[in-house]
Design a protein around this ligand. Structure first.
Ligand code: SF4
Ligand code: SF4
Length: 146
C-alpha cells in the first residue's frame, strides 16, 4: 500500500516539476527563429538561384555578352537581347533561368565581367510543378523595382 502512494506522489511531483519548468521558460524571451512567421536572414555566403543586379538607373547591368550562358555546365541560362537606338551594344530583353538544372556551381557569376548577376537570398521556394522553377529574371527584376 505504501509503495502505491509513493508511486502516486512521485508521479505528481514529476508533473509539478515539469510544469514549473514549462511556465518558467514561457515567460523568457524567445530565442529560436520563428519561421515561417519571420523571414530568415541568409548569410553572406548563402547561394540562392542567380538574379540580375540592378544598376543605378533601375535597369540592369547586363551587356548581353552571353558568357554566363556559355559557361553554365548545365545549360540553365538563356539570354536574349536586341539593338536599340541610343544604346551602345545590346539591351537585355530576356533572361531565362531553368533552376531545376542548376547545381549552384557559380560559374555564371564568376564569368560575368560586368557583375550583372549574383546569387539571390531566396530560400523559400516550393512548388509541385517544374514551371515554378523556370524564372524570367528580367521580369523579376522589373517587379522588384516597381
Ligand atoms: S550556378 Fe552553375 S549551374 Fe547554376 S546557372 Fe550558374 S553556371 Fe549554371
Ligand atoms: S549576365 Fe553577365 S555574363 Fe551574362 S550575358 Fe549579361 S553581362 Fe554577359
Amino acid at each position: 500500500m505504501g509503495a502505491y502512494f509513493k508511486e502516486i506522489f512521485t508521479g505528481f511531483w514529476s508533473l509539478l516539476v515539469g510544469m514549473s519548468i514549462t511556465i518558467r521558460e514561457m515567460t523568457k524571451p524567445v530565442v529560436t527563429e520563428q519561421y515561417p512567421y519571420e523571414a530568415s536572414v541568409m548569410t553572406s555566403r548563402f547561394r540562392g538561384h542567380i538574379e540580375l543586379v540592378p544598376n543605378e538607373e533601375g535597369g540592369n547591368k547586363c551587356i548581353v555578352c552571353g558568357m554566363c550562358m556559355r559557361s553554365c555546365p548545365s545549360a540553365c541560362i538563356t539570354v536574349e537581347g536586341e539593338k536599340r537606338e541610343g544604346i551602345k551594344g545590346k539591351a537585355l530583353t530576356r533572361y531565362r533561368l531553368d533552376f531545376t538544372r542548376c547545381s549552384l556551381c557559380g560559374m555564371c557569376v564568376e564569368s560575368c565581367r560586368p557583375g550583372a548577376i549574383r546569387f539571390s537570398k531566396d530560400y523559400n521556394l516550393a512548388g509541385t510543378k517544374k514551371a515554378a522553377y523556370i524564372f524570367d529574371l528580367l521580369k523579376r527584376l522589373e517587379e522588384q523595382n516597381k
